[in-house]
Design a protein around this ligand. Structure first.
Ligand code: FAD
Ligand code: MLT
Ligand code: ZN
Length: 488
């Protein structure tokens, strides 16, 4: 799995979206020496970082960077409560930060906000292996959590390339999607309860939902925090369901000549692999080229093709699953839906396939300046977007690359250029997002709004809905100190 070490970061762009988007709110106070002393009083000196805070003030893409002021490392919910009560009383703005792997600039300061890192809140872990219910601190790294569950025969019901760095609290705050959503559904299906701290003058601690599977006694308040991007409160503990770890995993990579055929393969996978289908991922030829040129990663398929899909099944009976996968591949070939295919014969083979898919974000980041997109579209328009944009960008783009969770209708269209280009940017926006909404899509499928998409966040939404969201924000965060200049 990709460990997102600082060395993986791409060069910093001189451009700072934040500066373009938002002026500093003068109602917020500036962090003074007396505030730092107060924080040190709550957390000890080791819980307050004042110098060399670049890692916490720069995002993974390198396109977002804010000066920040100080980074705080509370170790428990009580310390988070003390920080938020203090910041609320003193009008200090705060950015909650998990693993800082988000791709829309939501986890870093825009100006001099205090960064509140959850990375030290990662001790408490309990698991009910009869009901499959997990309760843990929000700062656990997803991969560490999954490894803990592995020894108990279970796994986290979602997976993403950033699993070596992202945190479960950050996953809830972004409503992360990833590569298993087609099988296990979104996090809405798994979240049961949360402990959250509100940014009010008491640093109110709320225990929302419950630790049991069914509870219809109230509004489903924990779910308000799914995808809330640190706007409503700070999540310190998560209760959710886990799923039995599959005993048999079959992976295949298929070469396909047209996008229409990719959709036919998906239909067939759903009907013939049905309950064991666990992933259906997509890479186009431009992605393969980028992987080869920038990371020296080569396709596992002998035959070059315009498209490539990665199909995986997860089940409990190898003979049964292999028979299903075999029959599916035979049908794909006999109906001439695929040109070629490789079935992984070992976990090492499967790892090679997944390395291709999961390295795609890194491969494009090495291509130059990247205009990243994460949108949902009806499948009939999924690749049409790539074709439209390829034609529109012409020679201004270096690469027009598409990979994504095609089984969920979620495309990641990445457009690169040697360096940031005003001309290319003007061609892309708002045209691209308006096109997506006009075709019945969503401008953010799984990465959120953050700073990146703030100018377009009203697209496709009713004004009344936006107003309701603002009212909700005001209830949770009356002083507006939590993660300002973003999403809401
Ligand atoms: P951060 O980036 O630190 O924060 C994200 C947002 O959540 C911010 O608004 C922050 O303020 C808020 N937040 C974080 N923790 C808390 C908390 N405890 N309480 C309140 N608010 C909080 N995303 C997908 O959905 N699917 C993918 O397949 C996927 N693949 C990726 C692959 C790579 C290589 C990379 C770099 C990123 C990928 N992402 C993907 C994006 C990212 O990993 C996810 O959005 C992830 O869920 C973010 O978690 P994090 O802990 O890094 O959160
Ligand atoms: C992915 O699916 O690889 C991620 O969401 C990251 C990206 O879009 O680059
Ligand atoms: Zn994705």
């Amino acid at each position: 799995m990709l460990k997102l070490l600082p060395s993986f970061r791409i060069r910093l762009s001189k451009r700072c979206y934040a500066a373009v988007l938002a002026e500093r709110n003068k109602n917020f106070a500036k962090v003074m020496e007396s505030d730092v002393l107060a924080f040190e009083n709550f957390l000890g000196k080791e819980g307050v970082l004042k110098d060399d805070i670049t890692l916490n003030t720069t995002d993974w893409t390198g396109q977002f960077k804010g000066p920040g002021s100080v980074v705080l490392f509370p170790k428990n919910t009580e310390q988070v409560s003390a920080i938020l009560a203090y910041c609320s009383k003193n009008k200090l703005a705060v950015v909650p930060q998990g693993g800082n792997t988000g791709l829309v600039g939501a986890s870093i300061p825009v100006h001099d906000e205090v960064v509140l890192s959850l990375s030290k809140i990662n001790n408490s872990f309990s698991f009910d292996d009869t009901m499959g219910i997990l309760k843990c601190d929000a700062g656990f790294i997803l991969e560490d959590l999954d490894n803990k569950l592995a020894s108990l025969g279970y796994m986290v019901p979602f997976d993403l390339g950033a699993k070596g760095s992202c945190q479960i609290g950050g996953n809830i705050a972004t409503c992360a999607g990833g590569i298993r959503l087609i099988r296990y559904g979104s996090l809405h299906a798994h979240l049961l309860g949360l402990t959250v701290v509100l940014p009010d003058e008491h640093g109110t601690v709320l225990h929302l939902g419950s630790d049991i599977r069914k509870d219809n006694t109230s509004l489903h308040t924990p779910h308000l925090f799914l995808g809330s991007e640190g706007q409503l409160g700070v999540i310190t503990s998560v209760t959710m369901t886990a799923v039995p770890r599959p005993k048999s995993v079959q992976s295949a990579m298929l070469a396909v000549t047209s996008f229409e055929k990719c959709c036919e393969v998906l239909k067939l996978a759903k009907s013939s692999l049905s309950e064991v289908l666990s992933s259906f991922e997509f890479l186009d030829e431009a992605t393969m080229k980028c992987l080869k040129t920038n990371l020296d990663l080569h396709s596992v398929l002998g035959t070059p093709s315009a498209f490539c899909v990665l199909v995986e099944t997860s089940g409990s009976n190898e003979d049964h699953d292999m028979a299903k996968m075999g029959a599916f591949l035979d049908e794909c070939l006999s109906k001439e839906l695929i040109l070629d295919g490789v079935l992984a014969g070992s976990s090492a083979d499967a790892t090679k396939m997944w390395q291709l898919r999961e390295s795609a974000p890194l491969a494009v980041s090495r291509d130059g300046y990247v205009y990243k997109h994460d949108v949902s579209l009806p499948l009939k328009n999924y690749y049409e977007l790539t074709n439209v944009m390829r034609e529109r960008c012409g020679d201004l783009a270096k690469s027009v690359v598409t990979y994504g969770h095609v089984g969920d209708g979620n495309t990641h269209l990445n457009i690169t250029s040697e360096k940031h280009s005003e001309a290319l940017e003007n061609l892309l926006y708002p045209f691209l997002y308006e096109w997506v909404v006009a075709h019945g899509g969503s401008i953010s499928a799984e990465h959120g709004i953050g700073q990146l998409k703030l100018p377009y966040s009203e697209l496709g939404k009713q004004p009344e809905e936006r107003l309701l969201v603002k009212k909700l924000k005001n209830i949770f965060d009356p002083n507006g100190i939590l993660n300002p200049y973003k999403m809401i």
